[in-house]
Design a protein around this ligand. Structure first.
Ligand SMILES: Nc1nc2c(ncn2[C@@H]2O[C@H](COP(=O)(O)OP(=O)(O)O)[C@@H](O)[C@H]2O)c(=O)[nH]1
Ligand SMILES: [Mg+2]
Length: 215
C-alpha cells in the first residue's frame, strides 16, 4: 500500500476554510443544456447509490443535510450543483448508479447524461469516485472508470465507511485497488480512505479540493 503525501497545516486550514464557508444549492440539472456556463472550477462526486456520497458531501461541507442523505437511495436523479465559497467553485453531486429499483432505461439515461457531461466539461478539475471500502471496485465502478478514462477526466477513488472495516482489511483493499488503477490512465494512483461517520479523511478531501480549485 502506497502512502499519500501529507498536507501541510496551511493546506489543511485553507481547505477547511473554503469548504465550511458559505454554500448554496444552485440547481439540479436533468439535461446538459441546464448546466451553468462553465465559468468556475468544478469538483464532482460520483459513486453507486448507497455508497455514502450524500454523507461525504455533507461532511466535507460541514452541513447536516445539504445533500440529501438517503432513506430513499437512488433519489439523486440530477446533477446537483452547489456554489461553495461564494463562487470559488462548484461542487457537483452526480447521479448514483446501480440502484436496483430503477429501470434499465432510466439507468441508461443517467449513464448517457453523465458521459456527455464528463466529455464536455472543461472546467471539471476532478471527479472523486466513491467506493464502499467493504466491497471494493464493483462492475458499475469499473464502467464509470472507463467513462472517466475515455473522457480523460482527472479522478480519484475515495473509499467510504472505513469505520466499518479493520485496518488490515483497509490495507488489503487499498493494495488491490492500487493494482487495478495501474490500468486506468486518468486515475490518481492512490485511493483516499474516509469515514463521514467518524470524520476520518475529511480534512484531506477539503485540502485536496482547496489545491485543485485554487488559482
Ligand atoms: N458506518 C458508516 N456508515 C455510513 C458512512 N457514510 C454513510 N453511511 C451510511 O450509508 C448509508 C448511505 O449513505 P448516503 O450518504 O445516503 O449514500 P448515497 O446514496 O451514496 O448518497 C446511510 O445509511 C448512511 O448512514 C460512514 O462513513 N460510516
Ligand atoms: Mg445520496
Amino acid at each position: 500500500m502506497s502512502e499519500l503525501p501529507a498536507f501541510s497545516d496551511e493546506a489543511l486550514e485553507a481547505g477547511r476554510k473554503l469548504c465550511v464557508g458559505p454554500v448554496e444549492f444552485v440547481l439540479g440539472a436533468a439535461s446538459l443544456h441546464q448546466l451553468p456556463e462553465g465559468i468556475r472550477p468544478e469538483i464532482a462526486f460520483a459513486g453507486r447509490s448507497n455508497v455514502g456520497k450524500s454523507s461525504l458531501i455533507n461532511a466535507v461541507l460541514n452541513r447536516k443535510s445539504l445533500a440529501r442523505s438517503s432513506a430513499e437511495p437512488g433519489k439523486t436523479r440530477e446533477l446537483n450543483y452547489f456554489n461553495v465559497g461564494n463562487g470559488t467553485f462548484w461542487l457537483v453531486d452526480l447521479p448514483g448508479f446501480g440502484y436496483a429499483k430503477v429501470s434499465r432505461e432510466q439507468q441508461a439515461k443517467w449513464v448517457q447524461l453523465t458521459k456527455r457531461y464528463l466529455r464536455g466539461r472543461a472546467n471539471l478539475r476532478r471527479v472523486f469516485l466513491l467506493v464502499d471500502s467493504r466491497r471494493g471496485l464493483m462492475d458499475t465502478d469499473l464502467e464509470t472508470m472507463k467513462m472517466l478514462d475515455s473522457a480523460a477526466v482527472n479522478y480519484q477513488i475515495v473509499l467510504t465507511k472505513v469505520d466499518k472495516i479493520k485496518k488490515s482489511e483497509l490495507e488489503k483493499i487499498t493494495t488491490k485497488i492500487e493494482a487495478a488503477l495501474k490500468k486506468h490512465p486518468a486515475a490518481h494512483p492512490i485511493p483516499r480512505a474516509t469515514s463521514s461517520e467518524k470524520g476520518y479523511g475529511i480534512p484531506e478531501i477539503r485540502a485536496e479540493i482547496g489545491q485543485l480549485v485554487e488559482g
